[in-house]
Design a protein around this ligand. Sequence first.
Ligand code: HEM
Length: 130
Amino acid sequence: MAERDTTNYYELFGGEPFFADLVSQFYARVATNEILRPMYPDEDMAGAAHRLQTFLAQYWGGPTTYQEERGHPRLRMRHAGFKIGPAAKDAWLTCMRQAVEGMEMQPEAQEKLWRYLEGAAEHLLNSFED
Ligand code: HEM
């Protein structure tokens, strides 16, 4: 039987400072991306960054702040109001790829994080058109 993976990735990646840095790098790119920028709330970019940061931290085994503040993630439902076609998905992944590549971390850890993000973005596609 395969052994259960009990690694705490939240700690392995670098805890809160890691997720804060990753998300801040990501939003710095979203802010200048012509496809993504109009999709995000002008008046609440800090709020959007906080939501993504707490979600990712929780997903990887960190504090459950996201759940306490927002309830069950239901990410497909929460993205249903945004048209996410191939171009938006690619733009999101390009911004995130640059953010992930800017982080100092072990290559295996980076690969694991990246594979998850790619899969999650694919899952959130909700339109065949851009
Ligand atoms: C596929 C491309 C994606 C696009 C275009 C996109 C776009 C957006 C937009 C416009 C918002 C609203 C910002 C806000 O006010 O919070 C949002 C929220 C959010 N996104 Fe995405 N997103 C994408 C992929 C992802 C992925 C892959 C994840 C997770 C790994 C994710 C996690 C979240 C979370 C946690 C929120 C906040 C949900 C809430 O609590 O309301 N998104 N996204």
